[in-house]
Design a protein around this ligand. Sequence first.
Ligand code: GDP
Ligand code: GDP
Length: 439
Amino acid sequence: MKPVIALVGRPNVGKSTLFNRLTKTRDAIVADFAGLTRDRHYGDGRIGNQEFTVIDTGGFEPDSTTGIVKEMAKQTRQAVAEADAVVFVVDVRLGLSAQDSDIARYLRQASKRIFLCVNKAEGMSESPLLGEFFELGMGEPHPISASHGQGIRSLMEAVLEPFEFEDEEEGAEEQAPDGVIRLAVAGRPNVGKSTLINTWLGEERLVAFDMPGTTRDAISVPFERNGQKFELIDTAGLRRKGKVFEAVEKFSVVKTLQAIADANVVLLLLDATQGVSDQDAHIAGYILESGRAVVLAINKWDAIDSYQREILQRSIVQRLGFLKFAPIHNISALKRQGIAPLWGAFADAYASAFRKMTTPVLTRLIQEAVEHQTPKRSGHFRPKLRYAHQGGMNPPLVIVHGNSLEGVTEVYKRYLEGRIRAHYKLVGTPMRIEMRSSK
Ligand code: GDP
Ligand code: GDP
């Protein structure tokens, strides 16, 4: 599993700048989805061969506007408790503050691996100003400049040191499909995850195998539905109750991110009575980044009237437009309405995520697309698309070969994507297109 790194620190020290820098390798993938790149709080990054997940805890809403550590949002505390390491960010230009000391005190008792990171230190790595941060008792400060990209590699090498050389080929991305839908139910607190899961578990008379118990007590429950094998990956705190499981526990960001990474299909639940919140958008953004197949369900549909329904549907298009490939189901977990069709949606999303595409067919699709609409000339050359092959599954990756492909615009890529999607009837999965020029 990818290690989880939590960024902690008071406002304005540069956490989100650091977050963006750590996750920037992924930005290329998501840059074109309106509303997604700005203001994200969960993301994946990579240093060398080592992948990791970053949580910017600054993004959690504080319980209180006045307080610091004591009132540090519950979610922040929980993220710190569950993370593999904490990067504590301070600001060298503002110097040490009482708030920093409070956070340090809190972190010390959390007994985590903590890395003190002194930001905005461009041009001052030898500065005596750094010395004052020793007072925090968090070991040697790592000077960095998040905005200039300095010191970040050496900081992260220290943070990731214990995880190096881990086998990384585990991600579902490259796994051959074994016909088992690994399903994660994601959503912020109180959207109805436990209610829905308990409905399922109650119906299913689960055969409760012994828990595979991977790291971090992740639980997954195997079950079958209409002949289709599923494995439910825990996000809702599944507890064993005799021979069956029961969903009880409350929301955990870390568990959610790991379950998403582990899944091949994610059910993202929204709460109709709450609309689309920032946290929904963050989770959605993380799912997209991870490339998992997605089914959206708006729960508590029973609790809003037709006027509210209309407003909600509009705000979903607006705020979660980047998931427009995902089917949307209106459900009530409580009243057990609209739930049955979800099973088919999971199966379709799974089949789409693992669709096999052959080189001859992809090449023909690309050539037809070009005949229908040639890509624009950029600079001296017109991009020449020659052939295409499939480079991966979950999500489907199509690699297009040709010449001068750097000039292919995002708009054109989306046009190609549309044609490929239509041909293969892809639903519920993101897909990626990569251009590979030969000289
Ligand atoms: P957050 O509230 O901790 O997430 O802080 P932000 O990332 O929003 O940064 C706060 C301010 O500090 C912004 O104006 C950033 O441009 C600035 N900033 C971030 N990193 C650096 C840095 O390395 N050097 C300098 N000089 N400014 C920085
Ligand atoms: P979780 O935190 O996501 O696991 O959410 P829970 O399953 O604990 O549900 C939170 C609250 O929403 C509980 O009071 C549920 O009874 C209520 N709830 C769940 N599903 C529905 C639904 O479909 N309609 C309505 N009206 N309430 C629901």
